[in-house]
Design a protein around this ligand. Sequence first.
Ligand code: GCW
Length: 631
Amino acid sequence: MALVFAGMAKAEDGHQLWLRQQPINKAKVTGPECIAAQELRTYSTQNVTLKIDATMEQDAYCIKVNSEQGKVNSVISAKNEIGLLYGAYALLRGETTDSEPFYKLRILNHWDNLNGTIERGYAGLSVFWKGKASERKFHGRTIFVEDPDQPINAELIKEYARANASIGINGTVLNNVNASPKMLSAIYINKVKQYADILRPYGIKVYLSVNFASPMSIPAKGFNGGKPIKTADPLNPKVKAWWKAKAKEIYAQIPDFGGFLVKANSEGQPGPFDYKRTHADGANMLADAVKPFGGIIMWRSFVYGAAHSGEDRVKQAVSEFKDLDGKFRDNVILQSKNGPLDFQPREPYAPIFDNIKNTKQMAELQITQEYLGQSRHLTYLAPMWREFFGFVAPEKLVGIAGVANIGLDKNWCGHHFSQANWYAFGRLAWNPNLTSEQIAEEWLGLTFNASNNEALKSMMLRSREACVDYMMPIGLHHIFAFDEHYGPEPDGYNAHVPLEWCPVYYHKANNDSIGFDRTHTGSNATAQYREPYCTLYDNINTCPERYLLWFHRVPWSYQLKSGRTVLEEMDYRYARGVKEVEDFIRIWNEAKPNIDEQRWQEVDARLQHQLENAKEWQKVCMNYFSSFTKK
Ligand code: GCW
């Protein structure tokens, strides 16, 4: 018989995320019977009274801890059961303060396809959509097709709901922004309703990404005899009527449906521009359709290659949207990525946040580490998001969206430490003023019982900067291998794809110089920034060196503040990045006695891989860039 010793680390596979408490089942909980009560009864070490206080703000909670004669009795008050639930999770985390969320909209964006695959997903297939393997193959690879007959996995979605509620996330977009029109077909709306029913008690609303041309291929209930129509022109009365009928059809099943997220006229997606209409025409038409039901439209500004094709890509969002500012309905929110290009390890902030003043805005952060080592590198993203909030005041925004890193992998995120990014996203959406350090400490405590392990915390806090160093230091950007966005390909050029997808377009290295001149002598992207940044970035002497090659083109002989030339500085930074990963491995080794076996091994294997990758980046990039100076 196997002996189990008290206190021996139990095997863990990470599926519990940061919710690893063992049931205690001793607490007395009084007040309304709800999920908060169940959670506290199961996991709390103290007795708790739950109180509804209708005067409180939505989602806010108030915790009072009373200790009498060695017995702890807490009181949690909130406006409704959802607020109580947030309070319950806070109490279970050991918080004893009052709190209310900074943002009303704290939304995950899943780039999940109906066939079960996930665009930029690195943790297995979709938790929402299941496909089946088709008989056809593409270059030897299995192709998945939709299979709406597959039942949903209600248990897993309940776990998903609980995890999100525990960090305050209150909305989720269930499908890819590169949206299939089929998402809006009756059979899938029915599935969305099933998800909404599971998520509702956890305070999570569902939203959908929509394909702007949906009216051309999908019927809307009670409209046009069940036939699609021939256009998606937003000013066409039939199109307006189609979307109104579709909204009615959705809300009949999901009365608290959140609304639509739209990627239009970007990377091949249809949109209003196809009919010579503006983004405002498109967004407002949809806004009118969901308005009677309280819905919103999140319209993405990630648009390039449409009306301003050919212009420096980082300028195009402002060019497309600036003149439309103030022309959107009040239930439209413009959703923009934190940087002007595309979720690079480091970008300056996106100047669209400066240029749009009379339209509601949301930031889109990417939790899935598309360009930061995916689920194979340990890269803690809170410092990157906090950096963004240093430029774009949280008050400027009405909400935060995060591109999810969740899949069917046992531990949800592929890398155990990628869970920290999901966690950090939720915590920052609740309170963007929390520090990266606080969040790391909290997460380490809950996930590894290691809240006061300074070394692990420092590893997390240094990891994003290390990634910048070993991938693309001093303002280099987008020098990734085509499509996978994983390894290095600084010489990447392909005549068959848009130039804006090619690494050489971004660094422009030749025998004399390197960098993209985005100052007034070049593309003048600096002019899109508010002061003092406009002047600061435009002038090479004041431009922070972390953005040097993003904004400036310099000769190879250019000396940085360190006294090193550009190439020497690169050499120094790539090496520094590699050394950092070596140090992470050392730290992880030292933590071994305190970490359960399986998770330790899995993280260790990934760290070894990360080190190999970092060395590869160093080698490939240094070989390539030094070749110019040797000619
Ligand atoms: O980051 C790029 C990705 C695409 C993505 C696109 C977008 C969903 O490489 O995969 O498509 O951005 O954000 O729309």
